[in-house]
Design a protein around this ligand. Structure first.
Ligand code: AMP
Ligand code: FES
Ligand code: ZN
Ligand code: ZN
Length: 303
């Protein structure tokens, strides 16, 4: 098949909207769609300092690559989780990706600052749960300490659709109320954005391949993945039969999200006595979990 816009051979067939595109026109389509997402949801401005959280995987690598190409002012942060070979490999990929992009990379190694890697802590809390808590805290504190205006993550359309479907099936209405492409800044919480919000996983993989980004394919050994994979499989099956299902599901959600607003339990936030970050109790969940006695400062030299 030929590209819709030129005489070259097609590189990819898009299902929604249905069209064949050559590699060049696909890259153009992809980058334009990211720019449109940023404008549509007012995610970022050109003069903002953006921290891209890069895991070594495809989504965050593509996020950093495209934001840089579109002229946004980015630096990257990789958190080495201290999960053996998996984390070593992830860090290597993150480094390689940032070299290709030409973006500064900051690395925080959990084992170096907290003494243990993820999976090495004796606790009844599920590994993924304290891993998530730790990643979110470090991303935010790093961005806050260094004066970043926003944190960009690699979440794509499939991630959001599967998150929504899962939480709808179990009626976790408070989670549903908190989804979306933009989490505005609030006090010491730095703004969080998802520039790939309207791009599918398949498109992200095709883009990474087209621009030569290499990435870690393995899942984390503790991945709670099973549920997410089930949701993604169901959605992909529906998408086959009814192209546009995922997009319309997520678009509709953004429009109707307000309906769930009253489900958010607003907690009075104080400042953690150890680190000064927002907390519902005297000591925040991060400092409590890791038994910290003093604040960890992440201040580094940024451009
Ligand atoms: P996940 O929750 O693993 O699907 O990751 C969602 C997003 O969080 C990724 O697209 C990245 O932007 C970010 N992220 C995940 N793990 C890391 C990490 N180890 N270091 C930096 N950012 C990460
Ligand atoms: Fe956190 Fe797997 S990435 S437990
Ligand atoms: Zn073309
Ligand atoms: Zn704290």
């Amino acid at each position: 098949m030929k590209c819709k816009f030129c005489s070259r051979e097609a590189y990819i067939k898009l299902h929604y909207p249905k069209m064949y595109l050559c590699e060049e026109h696909f890259k153009e389509y992809f980058e334009r769609k990211v720019q449109r997402t940023i404008e549509k949801y007012k995610l970022l401005k050109k003069d903002e300092k953006i921290l891209v959280a890069v895991s070594g995987g495809k989504d965050s690598a593509v996020t950093a690559y495209v934001l840089n190409k579109l002229g946004y002012n980015i630096e990257c942060l990789h958190i080495n989780l201290g999960i053996g070979e998996y984390s070593k490999k992830s860090e290597e990929y993150a480094k390689k990706q940032c070299e290709l992009i030409g973006a500064p990379l900051h690395i925080v190694r959990i084992k170096e600052i907290l003494g243990y890697g993820i999976g090495e802590v004796k606790t009844r809390r599920p590994t993924c749960s304290y891993c998530g808590l730790t990643k979110r805290y470090i991303m935010n504190k790093f961005a806050y300490d260094n004066g970043f205006d926003a944190i960009a993550t690699g979440h794509n359309l499939d991630d959001e659709a599967s998150f929504l479907l899962n939480n709808l099936l179990y009626w976790n209405t408070e989670y549903i109320a908190k989804g979306g492409p933009l989490l505005p800044a609030e006090g010491k919480f730095v703004k969080k954005v998802k520039p790939l919000y309207e791009l599918t996983e398949r498109e992200v993989v095709a883009y990474a391949l087209a621009v030569g980004l290499e990435y870690i394919v393995e899942e984390c050994p503790y991945a709670r993945g099973a549920t997410t994979l089930d949701m993604k499989a169901v959605l992909n099956e529906l998408e086959e039969k009814r192209p546009g299902t995922k997009y319309n599901f997520v678009r509709g959600y953004v429009k109707k999200k307000k309906l769930f607003e009253s489900e958010i339990r607003r907690k009075e936030l104080k400042e953690c006595k150890i680190c000064g970050m927002p907390s519902s109790g005297d000591i925040c969940a991060f400092c409590r979990f890791w038994g910290l006695k003093e604040e960890i400062k992440f201040k580094v030299k940024v451009r």
